[in-house]
Design a protein around this ligand. Structure first.
Ligand code: MGP
Length: 216
């Protein structure tokens, strides 16, 4: 049934002749237009392995965002990790922190590392990465979210890797709690355990493995 709508912002008379202000559409719907702010502003980086360039030159900033809506717009616009070429990475870091060991806020830090087997590229990689992103932007680590610097996904022929980087590997309580929550959020089984390694050890390693400072 058609009803005649008053113009936004006009006045209506009710039965007792009292004037009732009808708010404009702008006021009524303003909630729809205000984007939902995130606690932090985040930067998404992309790494493409071009052997003619240095590691740092291969790292590109894609975009920054600080609202839920802008996160989804960006996420929906870009390739899922499983569709990237071997050797590529995505990194999501707090604005102001570069996704590299050398950054002041990473220097003393380390990462929780999850290594996937080859089958997991099809079964788990994309949903684990999305869950990792949601953990970060949703500040899922409670009191310890301030310790989080960012997260990385590495797409590699030998098996893909996901990691959450934290700012100081000496902050045992924070690091361990973040690792436990991360595992829970991904729905990983208790075994195998995941390991946390300092960037210092990773960047100076001589063999193929780095010792775990903590496990969860
Ligand atoms: P990688 O991309 O983290 O892992 O590091 P990948 O390709 O699986 O190799 P693996 O050694 O773990 O088996 C590959 C190489 O990229 C490192 O050996 C460094 O040369 C370089 N690299 C990686 N990171 C994260 C950094 C960084 O933060 N700073 C600099 N300068 N180089 C880095």
């Amino acid at each position: 049934m058609a009803t005649s709508e008053p113009e936004p912002g006009t006045e209506l008379k009710d039965s007792s002749e009292t004037s009732v202000a009808v708010p404009s559409n702008e006021t009524v719907n303003s909630e729809q237009y205000i984007k939902h702010p995130l606690q932090n502003r985040w930067a998404l980086w992309y790494f493409k392995n071009d052997k003619s360039k240095s590691w740092t030159e291969n790292l590109r900033l894609i975009a920054k965002f600080d609202t839920v809506e802008d996160f989804w717009a960006l996420y929906n616009h870009i390739q899922r990790p499983s569709k990237l070429q071997f050797g590529c990475d995505y990194c999501l870091f707090k604005d102001g922190i570069k996704p590299m060991w050398e950054d002041e806020l990473n220097k003393q830090g380390g990462r929780w590392l999850i290594t996937l087997n080859k089958q997991q590229r099809h079964n788990d990689l994309d949903r684990y990465w999305l869950e990792t992103l949601l953990c970060l932007i949703g500040e899922a680590f409670n009191d310890y979210s301030d310790d989080v610097c960012g997260a990385v996904v590495n797409v590699r022929p030998k098996g893909d890797k996901l990691s959450i980087w934290t700012t100081n590997c000496q902050n045992r309580e924070a690091v361990v709690s973040i690792g436990q929550s991360y595992k829970e959020r991904l729905g990983l089984p208790l075994k195998p355990v995941i390991g946390y390694q300092s960037h210092d050890d990773t960047s100076t390693k001589s063999g193929s493995t780095t010792k775990n400072l903590y496990s969860a």
